[in-house]
Design a protein around this ligand. Structure first.
Ligand code: DC
Length: 211
């Protein structure tokens, strides 16, 4: 069975892809999955159960038994969960389990928008439209810093370092690295407001859906 419509939105940390994906899903009447949450949930489960993030077999076990409630837990959005997610995301056993999860989600009618790092390249290679959202690292760090500093004291330089380390790890892993798919459209949001970025994303997706 082919899903009615799938849209893949990839990009580095704090590029705006999550906000764009959420609003694109509303615009086209689709379901939305923030796939980073799956990796974050695996990292949080490992931390809670005292399992080291480098233990591929143990992390793979957590990924294989992930349930929707795990995606709603406290702390998933923290910087530590993001860092941990990037570490467990390098384990092939984790990626294999989460791949099934993501495809099952996307296959259900009426289709879905998935955002992540490898959606256009690995998870949904046949997506009807693919975007790769990016922005300069300092702009991404400033956005993330504004978000995080609302609830706690955090230094901008730490946020920037965190983002740069995460980008490097996500792009360097051998298994499904972060990469723009050959048929994805690049959208650089460095000089855009979120409203303008969403409007441009919809315009670009419309051009693909019209083909
Ligand atoms: O999008 P995010 O910041 O919530 O993602 C957290 C980490 O999860 C990211 O640094 C790498 C990993 N991830 C991945 O490897 N593949 C995806 N499709 C989504 C996230």
């Amino acid at each position: 069975m082919t899903p009615s419509l799938t849209i893949a939105i990839d990009g580095p940390a704090a590029s705006g892809k999550g906000t764009i994906a959420r609003q694109v899903a509303v615009r086209y009447g689709l379901r939305h999955l923030d796939t980073g949450l799956l990796y974050r949930a695996v990292a949080v489960l490992c931390a809670r159960e005292g399992v080291t993030l480098e233990d591929a077999a143990a992390a793979g076990q957590r990924a294989a038994h992930l349930v929707p409630a795990d995606l709603e837990g406290d702390g998933l959005r923290s910087a530590a969960a993001g860092r941990g997610a990037s570490v467990v995301a390098a384990h092939p056993s984790v990626r294999a389990s989460l791949l099934r999860w993501q495809r099952d989600f996307a296959e259900k009618a009426p289709g879905a928008v998935l955002d992540g790092r490898d959606i256009g390249t690995v998870v949904l290679p046949d997506a009807r439209a693919k975007l790769f959202i990016t922005a300069d690292p300092d702009v991404r760090a400033a956005r993330r810093w504004r978000e995080l500093s609302a609830s706690r004291d955090i230094a901008y330089r730490d946020v920037l370092r965190d983002i740069e380390e995460r980008d490097a790890r996500d792009a360097a892993r051998t298994n499904a690295p972060m990469r723009q798919a050959d048929d994805a459209i690049l959208l650089d949001t460095t000089d855009m407001t979120i409203k303008a970025a969403v409007a441009e994303a919809v315009r670009l997706i419309d051009t693909r859906l019209a083909v």
